[in-house]
Design a protein around this ligand. Sequence first.
Ligand code: SER
Length: 314
Amino acid sequence: MKKILVTGAFGQIGSELVPALKEKFGQDNVIAVGNRNIPEGFKGLVEKLRMPDRDGLESLIKKHNIGTIYHLVSLLSATGEEKPGFTWDLNMQSLKDVLDLSVENKIKVFWPSSIAAFGPTTPRVETPQRTILEPTTMYGVTKVAGELLCQYYFNKFNLDVRSVRYPGIISYKTPPGGGTTDYAVAIFYEALKTGKYECFVKEDTVLPMMYMDDAVKGTIDLMEADPDKLTIRTSYNLAAISFTVTQLAEAINKKVKVEVTYKPDNRQAIADSWPKSIDDSTAREDWDWQHDYDLDRMVTVMLTELKKKFEGEN
Ligand code: SER
């Protein structure tokens, strides 16, 4: 079998997608590519590459006989606003390199877009698949440009490139940071560590969210789907759960006491520019997408797994 290469393999999504791909396709068929954050003692095939690096990527593709790339490298929304120029260079150049090399080497590509592709002029409730895309963050700008680039490569070069617009992803393996939606992760860490959380968005803020296992399942299912059934080559809307911070805190409080205070910062404006809920019916129709985790199930698994993680650290 041709091998699978994952860039950004040690980021939030890569850290959980890589083990899932290994489980499904075999330990020796997945190459994890990272830069600064490769964990000590990582078991498995790993390569170090600082992206963008077209030549470096090309040699990895040849060396490992790559047939599929999951290209996850990206700066996120909040970090991206600190370094907008670098965010454009990294996010766009690395994507273009992946697309060009994938045309040359007949590689199938997954690339994530995000709810950050939307902006203040987008309808915010049940946001449609095809709608206004006028984001205010550089991260969002790279997502809109990237979606169009993917669709262009599909139309022009027949490249099999597939994408989803992830909502905020909630997970326990990597620490929160860099994203606007990360309050919904950080609150769990603080609930267990201190019982207090100072939230950087207001209590009535609502954003679309998803538990990591659903995100991983959706990603692999889309890549396994029959290409003839796919009607979207920009990026599929993908949704699971939406809740206010108050609702999240209430769900956590049923199990662990957490006192939440609010001190909105510049991330509030980003959150306010994104949808509250997403219409993902096209993904549900085209490739049978469905989520498994509702708010309570997500809260239960987050608290259980984080407790185990903290106990292991002590
Ligand atoms: N979770 C991301 C962020 O907040 C959205 O794609 O930046």
